[in-house]
Design a protein around this ligand. Structure first.
Ligand code: HEM
Ligand SMILES: *[C@@H]1O[C@H](CO)[C@@H](O)[C@H](O)[C@H]1NC(C)=O
Length: 325
């Protein structure tokens, strides 16, 4: 009898331990059933008024997850220059006001229940769907971080990183070379500032020569869009010809010398990452062979689990996303 009781307590503890200890879909089904639909509506309105907001929200999720885990640390704006969001590696990241709008609407209904970290992950998912990308469920239950420090963003992947550095930075977050390829394919939507193009177009090789990986006709187009002494804030599509639609077109471009970003181009130089890209263009794809959309979903769900804070003892639920409680 005592043994059975002990066993039951043990199972109870185990079940409780699991529900406290990991993300799960529908985490807010009882505590705030409207949470996901509120995020979806706020994201939809934001994307309707500015279509590039979809890309901005997707990028925000990546930058949140790569520093201190997916914990909303990038959202903190404490007025000091030491806040993580001011890091060089986060240059151009935005979408903060969309997250705050969703948070405000959610707080009005369910006070202190839904984390900002989850809102970021949900918003990225909704943004992808609005760009005609794959739909997927987001496991939730992330808690908000209590640290924001600019130097913690020093290791963000950089546009000029070698393929070895890119692989290492992803591996460091538990992400494989395959994840690197698929997550880089998020560049299927959105834009870059010419700022990030200058080196690649004008100072890549000695003698002011460009990156030889750029297709010759594309090089002329890129130079026309981002002239040497032009406006570094001018913005150009990253997935040339398909920047509003979430699709495999980006990998097609990368394979053919039409990558815009330097880090994307490196994926086609390296044998391992190139083989991964090529696997989506087999003769029998997409009927047989791997599915770009399904594999992307697997990778982004995985990215959304980096360093998450869980349960009631880690992190907290912020009242506003830009400041600690
Ligand atoms: C592999 C390392 C990566 C590097 C070096 C990198 C770098 C960049 C750079 C320089 C830009 C242009 C930023 C601007 O001018 O505002 C950009 C844009 C973007 N990145 Fe990445 N990125 C990487 C991975 C990722 C990942 C993993 C995701 C998401 C899963 C992502 C999503 C995006 C999106 C959606 C945009 C467009 C943003 C916009 O239109 O404002 N990137 N990235
Ligand atoms: C930020 O992090 C760095 C490196 O971990 C540390 O040296 C520094 O003291 C931190 N700054 C603050 C204000 O916590």
């Amino acid at each position: 009898m005592a043994l059975i009781l002990a066993f039951n307590i043990f199972t109870l503890f185990l079940v409780y331990g699991i529900s406290e200890g990991q993300l799960r879909t529908g985490f807010y089904a009882e505590t705030c059933p409207q949470a996901e639909s509120i995020v979806r509506n706020v994201v939809r309105d934001a994307v309707l008024s500015n279509p590039n907001t979809a890309a901005v929200l997707l990028r925000l999720h990546f930058h949140d997850c790569f520093v201190e885990g997916c914990d909303g640390s990038i959202l903190i704006d404490d007025g000091t220059p030491n806040a993580e969001r001011h890091a060089f590696g986060h240059q151009g990241v935005g979408g903060f006001e969309v997250i705050e709008k969703a948070k405000t609407e959610i707080e009005a209904i369910c006070n202190g229940v839904v984390s900002c970290a989850d809102i970021v992950a949900l918003a990225a998912r909704d943004a992808i769907a609005l760009a005609n990308g794959p739909s997927y469920e987001v496991p939730t239950g992330r808690r908000d971080g209590v640290v924001s420090n600019i130097s913690l963003a020093d290791d963000m992947p950089d546009i000029s990183d070698s393929i070895q550095q890119l692989k290492a930075k992803f591996l460091n977050k538990g992400l494989t070379e395959k994840d690197l390829v698929l997550l880089s394919a998020a560049h299927t939507i959105g834009t870059t500032a010419c700022f990030f193009m200058t080196k690649r177009l004008y100072d890549f090789l000695p003698g002011n020569r460009p990156d030889p990986a750029i297709h010759p006709t594309f090089l002329e187009e890129l130079k026309a869009k981002c002239p040497r002494s032009g406006d570094v804030n001018a913005r150009i599509a990253i997935d040339e010809g398909s920047e509003r639609s979430f699709d495999i077109h980006i990998l097609h471009n990368i394979r053919n010398g039409f990558a815009v970003l330097e880090s994307d181009a490196r994926l086609n130089d390296d044998q391992t990452t190139k083989t991964i890209i090529d696997s989506y263009f087999g003769l029998l794809n997409p009927l047989f062979g791997p599915s770009f959309e399904l594999d992307f979903v697997e990778s982004i769900v995985k990215m959304g689990m980096i360093g998450v804070k869980l349960g009631s003892h880690e992190g907290d639920i912020r009242r506003t996303c830009t400041s600690f409680n």
